[in-house]
Design a protein around this ligand. Sequence first.
Ligand code: NAD
Length: 476
Amino acid sequence: MRTVERIYIDGAFVTPHGTEMFDLFDPARGEVIGQVRLADAEDARLAIQAAKRALLSYARTGKAERLELLRALHDAVLSRAADLEEATILEYGAPVARARWTARYAAESFLNAAKTLEAYSFTRPAGVSEVVMEPVGVAGLITPWNANAGFICNKLAYALAAGCTAVIKPSEMSALQTEIVTEALHAAGAPAGLFNIVTGRGDVVGSELTTSPDIAKISFTGSTTVGKAIMKAAADTVKRVTLELGGKSPSLILEDADLEAAVPMAIMAGFQNSGQACLAGTRILVPEKRLSDVLPLAKAAMTATKVGDLRDPATAIGPLVNAKQYERVQRYIRLGIEAGATLIAGGEGHPDGLGGYFARPTLFANVTNEMTIAREEIFGPVLCIITYRDEDEAVAIANDTDYGLSSYVFSSDLVRARAIAVRLQTGRVVINGAPHDPLAPFGGYKQSGIGREYGVFGLEAFLEVKAILGVGVSLA
Ligand code: NAD
């Protein structure tokens, strides 16, 4: 049993004022493996005050100092990548390949922010005036459990690059990962108060951040429901908000696609992060006249998708994060069957020989875009195949959703794929399985969020715009 009893305020590890203990689980076994002592509103207030004090001098630092800090933070997190990987396997149930990628990605966030900062100009002309981009102030950074370390590091990296200080409220379900990241960040030797990390409940610590007059900006990644509550709470103090929310992303397989390559890629786009990914391609759109070619390939791809042994580098799918998520996914599988969709693979229950919170990777065909399984974010390994007659209908189905985070297009013709991409209402369009680009903007249209992270857009999300008029105009 592991017990996490420290939070990080003003450059020091301290025991929280809060006393509530929260269970931590190994989702592969469904067993309690430890507890975290949660911070409360008083802890959050102390953290906010520390960040506010630190802002006075940090906001005035120049590029060189910030770049040095970002590089030190990168090195510090990278040096703990192996520990982070272990914690992500144990506490989140990530397969080792995913855990390894996310641990390194967390560290690299600091280098990506440094690269962006290095090339960025904080002043520019507008009309006959000067525009100066200034740090917005103390930032509240709130993360979900499905990529906790990565989001802590990415949000913090861009906040610091911009000259902001931060209070971080990580997911309460990810306390082991948070502890390792915190130790690493502390070891980098940053001035006290630049970042403060207070693990607590969303409606307690999170709510203190979203309502405090001393927080200027909230950067939140999580569900659309909580994102809406945050936007309302932040309105009273007119905070700037970046919201990275849910998705129901479409994968469009065009008629000319190389199906042998495209179908397995489309399945994997849906199963990213064991299906617990905001950008998972969960609606696979297939030309009606190619369905009979697609189905056997999709079945084969499902059979080839390895679920189970988290230590096997070939495993693609681990367990869901907790019992609630497991039950939620079971409910959606039942809803799909009741609505008349055809089960191509998977179904209710556990995969053979597995327990804990493992769900069966599931693929439905004969799905219409009106069915609940095609409209709501399931956040598990459950995918839908929907057919279309022509490309206009494919685009219409793809855009007929409350969400707009990501989409995927598969075609043998890049010009054709791009022509479809510009018609899709999503923050990202990935053509033919292109790899993640950490400097390209990331964020959603519609109810998938507000604002963008990564690169210049991610940096400017932590900057305020000031126009100085009359520079160089003398009164004489
Ligand atoms: P969640 O919304 O339940 O929680 C996210 C965070 O918000 C947690 O730290 C939680 O404690 C906190 N929180 C809860 N209530 C709060 C409140 N009233 N005020 C302030 N903070 C509060 O999300 P989750 O279940 O942890 O994560 C899964 C969701 O995150 C999915 O919907 C997924 O699509 C989304 N997500 C989006 C992105 C993206 O970049 N768009 C990335 C990953 C996950």
